[in-house]
Design a binder for this molecule. Sequence first.
Ligand SMILES: Cc1ncc(COP(=O)(O)O)c(C=O)c1O
Length: 387
Amino acid sequence: MASYDFERLPDRCNTGSIKWDRYRDRPILPMWVADMDFRSPPEVENALKERVAHGVYGYTNATKEAIDAVCQYMSAIHGVRVSEDWLLWTPGLVPALNTAARAFCGSGDSVLTTVPIYPPFLTAPRYQNRELITVPLENRDGKYFYDWDALEASVTPMTRVFFLCNPHNPVGRVWSLEELKQVVQFCKKNDLILVSDEIHCDLILDDRRHHHTALNVDPWVHENGVTLLSPSKTYNLCGLACSFVIIPDHRLRKLFHRSMRGLFNELNCLGYAACAAAYQSGAAWREELIGILRRNYTEVLEFTQAEMPKIRVTPLEATYLAWLDIRSLQLHHPRTHFEKHGVGLSDGTEFGVPGFVRLNFGCPPARLREALERMKVAYDDSKCFQD
Ligand SMILES: Cc1ncc(COP(=O)(O)O)c(C=O)c1O
């Protein structure tokens, strides 16, 4: 029996929602940026109401409650003991990626990552005047893997950092322990700092897969790794701007801290309250959410196979983001084409790979169905059927 409401669609218009504002005056369903059209767990709402009722919102350190909740969560869910002084708090993982690029590379040094990838992995080095090296993931029959030969061939003596996304946005892989050991071996051999973004780690949809935090892959990561996390994706708290970075090594932590000084000293007091409540009391809500997301993913798969067979859905192990191979539709401007038919998707080009779109299915099933039906009209209207 469902205890939480994942069917009702909250009205997000006039809330400053980035996702909804893009199409404010146009009849387009926003299925792009990665936040969900669900209310957060009532347990989190209640904690926020309690914090708001206090009425004083002065400068706030990370609360003991939030720190304890993170340490307890890391130990109970991910099996790693995190000491509280390893934690640094940032208003998001995007600022953390930027900080890492600045902290661990000098000018002329490079960050290495694989494409397709969440766009800020590509912009962070550029914004911080660092070089960027990208290596395509290998697409084997629709599923993605690391291409070790290409990675070895691309790394240079000036490469300092490897940006890892696990689970991976947008290809939906949960990297296996074996693959992660290879990532660590690669970083070790080439003397790279491993920056592991694990923001999607509690959104595993394929129950044959298990998330391994980089911190558990090899003790080397404790001296050479930085792990980025937040409850924001799982519990839909992106607007509360509260994330954390785990850096066990004192020297790396100092470098990171020095690079963030003066930019984001303290966070929003409500963010800490929400973070604590999500990790302490969000488990039952998360479990139901996973059920809805699995159902939605099945709907994406089945609808696509039946109605849009030229589109290939990448097998998804985690996240609420479906990565669709639309190369056979021969669209010049995929985003515009789907927008013309009333659906707002993310274009693969932003992720470093044209010919794909990303569909955010973190929404009530009825909304997803409507989006898929509109996509079907766009599909039938694509160039490949007109020649
Ligand atoms: C891999 C990954 N990292 C980070 C973020 C966002 O980070 P934040 O909102 O904490 O800046 C996203 C959002 O989609 C993401 O997919």
